[in-house]
Write a protein that binds this ligand. Structure first.
Ligand code: THU
Length: 143
């Protein structure tokens, strides 16, 4: 379970997650989320939430980042940083990933996959996937 992020990786992920919020499409909730996903090979994929007039078709920022990466052939991931808040404002709270996004992380991340919940450049909380989704259901359960 050794999957520590370097200071440089942490800083890059936080900056990218905060920046990714700017491209979020959230005309209904006006709550914008940015996510920056780091692969084990050092590539970074960013995404924002993409809302829809049919609310259920909305895609969260975390899944946007994962689906971009997986559709480019990426399969091994080290960490994700997530930042959320009202449009045009700095985050005022920590934005934790929803249950569906945690399940997507479970599909592609290992137990020590790191999740950074970002409130500001120097204000974040770090978790492992196992902490945020204990006893998760994964592919090994159906083999
Ligand atoms: N949202 C995310 O992007 N990620 C989450 O983990 C939770 C919620 C988005 C979906 C929706 O566009 C907005 O935040 C309000 O729920």
């Amino acid at each position: 379970m050794e999957n520590r992020l370097t200071e440089n990786e942490t800083e890059k992920l936080i900056t990218a997650a905060l920046q990714a919020r700017e491209a979020a499409y959230a005309p209904y909730s006006h709550y914008t989320v940015g996510a920056a996903l780091l692969t084990k090979s050092g590539e970074m994929y960013c995404g924002g939430n993409i809302e829809n007039a049919s609310y259920g078709a909305t895609n969260c920022a975390e899944r946007t980042a994962f689906f971009k990466a997986v559709s480019q052939g990426e399969r091994k991931f080290k960490a994700i940083a997530i930042a959320g808040g009202m449009e045009g404002q700095e985050p005022v709270d920590y934005a934790y990933p929803c249950g569906i996004c945690r399940q997507v992380m479970q599909e592609f991340g290992e137990a020590d996959f790191r999740i950074l919940i970002v409130k500001g450049k120097a204000d974040y909380r770090e978790y492992t996937l196992e902490q945020l989704l204990p006893c998760g259901f994964g592919g090994n359960s159906i083999q």
